[in-house]
Design a protein. Sequence first.
Length: 312
Amino acid sequence: MMCDVQAFAQAVRVVPRALRQQLLDIEPQWRQRCQEVRLQMGAPVGLFMGQGLYFLGPDSRVLPRPHPDGPVARSEVIQGTVKTACEYSLYSYQREIAQGFVTIQGGHRIGLAGKYIQTAAGEHSMQEFSAVNIRIARGDIPLCQEVPAFYRRYGMGSTLVVGPPGSGKTTLLRGIIRWLCGGQERYYKVAVIDERGEIANCFYGQPQNDLGASAFVFSYFDKVRGLEQAVRTMSPDIAICDEIGSQQDILPLQRCAVSGVQVIATAHGRDLEDLQRNPVLRDLLRQGYFQRILQVEPGSFAVTGRFLEGAS
């Protein structure tokens, strides 16, 4: 589950040349482990390794604490990184900027922080960027075999993938999509409602994450519009979306149910009991909109399944 050296090099290509070279000169084992490169205005260059934050020191050394002679993220570095990530056309990337990140080739995500603004048209965006977080895309992680075994035992059904933030829910979701669209059982028609670009990481319409042969992606559609359009125009067997739990999510799930489309979605929570503390999710479970629960164990990508007896 580590990022390889080639992925690191691909991700940091958006950084201005001098700092980019310092990053590429880091020892290979650190480049392999690195998950994020963090650039904050006036602060030392940070490297998140999964177990903690390290810092880039002199001579491209990776250090547990900032070094007084280590590189610092100046304004020109941050602005240059944003411009390169946006292919020197911030206007063309306004929707992504408003979401707080830009996806570059390879599926790497450039998180943005800056000054909030509201345009004349009433839309929100960001300018005067103060920090950049380069999240290095991991390779496709194989789907743990407990999941196919669970579905073979109980059959397909609308499913909630449950886990706390950062536990690997979206990673597991990608693996489920690849399995559904890879022909191991059959080629399911799968609609992926990628509301924030986190599932497929599309770059010019091409998913940077392998989702299989029969998945079609609705990028940056909100769940209501995306699910409605998918059901109306693409006749999916299964619809996939991330992070449900609000009142607005109820209507599109109802439309999927009456159309015979199963839904696999993620939700924040440690277990089924935690989900039931959310009134929206509790009602959806009671009304039978979800019959399967897959619980992700943080840090291990281990999965336990649960079948809700009597749900229809």
